[in-house]
Ligand binder design. Structure first.
Ligand SMILES: Cc1ncc(COP(=O)(O)O)c(C=O)c1O
Length: 492
């Protein structure tokens, strides 16, 4: 069979050799080996690495960049044939697995039939998909608008909220990320993602109810198998931290916005902000106060949707709240560009006075893929995997937290997990960037990709494709423990 010169079919044995030689620089032998996969990767090496780095600035956040060549389920291969366990999923986006065979087949089938038309026409992939998506959401959230990204979805939600309420001001949580478009940059409350231009008119933020790092927190505030290391003496059913953070929101109402507002935007668990979880009733109390001021409540499910939190398909359901608008993207199409806004008939009617048009929103290929993603989630039981593997990882990580002074907090639900690193447990001050980077790079060099987040870049983020196994979780826990051990040995 003829093959291009740069393609080399690797046998599992060769993969193993490549893997062992390339990861051998580690002086410590891991107790767990990288789990086996029967998938054969194609390897090629014709890319001009240096040139790419010059053309695309910020292409990587590793000191030694990872040049990804191929993906399969929870695995990624670089151009040198090294295999990585991907626990970041292209930022919580590859929901059912890289190149999932079923989703890939659905994409190929649609590509042969119809690539593009717009929603000024009727076509079955669109109508089949919106039907399926609507079925995952409770009444009255039944009107769907399709976009191409999370920022676009949030832009649209801002516009809807303003048109529907006739008000302008929108409140978000400090430390949140809601997008990088000029409008959503105003919602995003993390200076790393802001530019010095005139943006954010009418956007305000309130203190993030962070029960680990914030001024108030305790030992049973959040909905997670793991609580913070802080103590509190709140009697059952009461949460002093919640009252205090709601007090901060009331201050914002009293000082920063008019008496009538357009909206509150919040993620059920923060994503880029570092998997921060709020006190259990915080969103419920916030929604009540926002509605009293004429505002609508918007759940940004770009990261937490599609079963990632394990207990529910939508993150907001874990807070016992009903948003007026839900925005989603990332995991919706397993990495194919897509986003959506779901709202009520009432809000859609206010918005419908103008023409909303989006050339690619609801593209047939995107819809066919997203539709197959929903089917695959059901068939593969991804929400259940999220719940089981998430809980297993959280329990394992909390044991590691107890071993190392530089791990302050382990938190999250399902496969939306954060590990907040500190100088020491008493101060809870963020571990400096150089130290974070050393542990991060070492974890990668041992074969696992994770993410970083938090306002000070102090939180490791674990949000894998929802197909990981117990062997993968054990491998990661061994690698992470080793990376921490290496760091402590080198610096203490
Ligand atoms: C919670 C949240 N909302 C919105 C966005 C913006 O999505 P996109 O990058 O697709 O525009 C992101 C992206 O990271 C996100 O995490």
């Amino acid at each position: 069979m003829l093959r291009p010169k740069y393609l080399l079919r690797m046998s599992p044995a060769l993969i193993d050799v490549v893997h062992k030689t390339q990861f051998k620089r580690h002086k410590h032998v891991l107790h767990t080996n990288i789990p086996q996969t029967s998938f054969l990767s194609l390897m090629h090496q014709f890319i001009q690495f240096k040139m790419i780095l010059e053309i695309i600035p910020n292409v990587t956040y590793y000191k030694k960049p990872v040049f990804i060549h191929q993906g399969h389920m929870q695995w990624l291969w670089d151009v040198d044939g090294r295999r990585y366990l991907d626990l970041f999923a292209g930022v919580a986006t590859v929901s059912v697995g890289h190149c999932h065979p079923k989703v890939t087949a659905a994409a190929e089938k649609q590509l042969r039939k119809l690539w593009h038309t717009t929603n000024i026409y009727v076509y079955s992939p669109l109508h089949e998909y919106v039907d399926k998506l609507a079925a995952t959401l409770p009444e009255p959230l039944k009107v769907i608008y399709l976009t191409n990204s999370g920022s676009e979805a949030n832009d649209l939600a801002m516009l809807m909220a303003r048109l529907h309420t006739g008000n302008f001001d929108i409140i978000t949580l400090r430390g949140s990320y809601h997008g990088g478009s000029p409008q959503t940059m105003g919602l995003t409350s993390n200076s790393a993602y802001k530019y010095p231009i005139a943006i954010g008119l009418g956007c305000h933020n309130t203190m993030c109810p962070d029960v680990f790092a914030g001024p108030w927190g305790g030992s049973h505030c959040r909905d997670s198998p793991i609580q913070t290391i802080r103590n509190c003496s709140c009697p059952q059913g009461l949460c002093m931290a919640n009252d205090k953070y709601i007090g901060q929101l009331k201050e914002v109402f009293a000082t920063s916005v008019p008496s009538r507002i357009a909206a509150f935007f919040g993620e059920p668990i923060m994503g880029v902000g570092g998997a921060v979880q709020y006190p259990k009733n915080f969103l419920k109390d916030t929604y009540k106060l926002v509605r009293e001021r004429g505002g609508v409540c918007i759940a940004d499910e770009v990261q937490t949707g599609f079963g990632r939190t394990g207990s529910h398909f939508w993150g907001f359901q874990g807070h016992d709240i009903m948003p007026d608008i839900v925005t989603m993207a990332k995991g919706i199409a397993n990495g194919f560009p897509m986003g959506a806004v779901v709202t009520t008939h009432e809000i859609a009617a206010s918005f419908g006075r103008g023409v909303h048009f989006n050339t690619f929103g609801g593209n047939p290929v995107a819809c066919a893929i997203a539709s197959s993603v929903l089917d695959t989630m059901k068939e593969d039981g991804t929400q259940q995997i999220s719940h089981e593997m998430g809980t297993y990882l959280l329990m394992g990580l909390s044991k590691i937290r107890d071993k190392y002074e530089i791990i302050g907090d382990v938190r999250g639900k399902g496969l939306q997990i954060g590990v907040e690193m500190v100088k020491d447990k008493a101060s809870r001050e963020p571990l400096p960037p150089a130290a974070m980077s050393e542990i991060f790079e070492d974890t990668k060099d041992m074969g696992v990709l994770i993410g970083k987040g938090g306002v000070y870049g102090q939180t490791f983020r674990i949000k894998p494709p929802m197909c990981i196994t117990k062997d993968d979780a054990d491998f990661f826990l061994a690698v992470f423990n080793q990376a921490l051990n290496n760091y402590m040995e080198a610096h203490h």
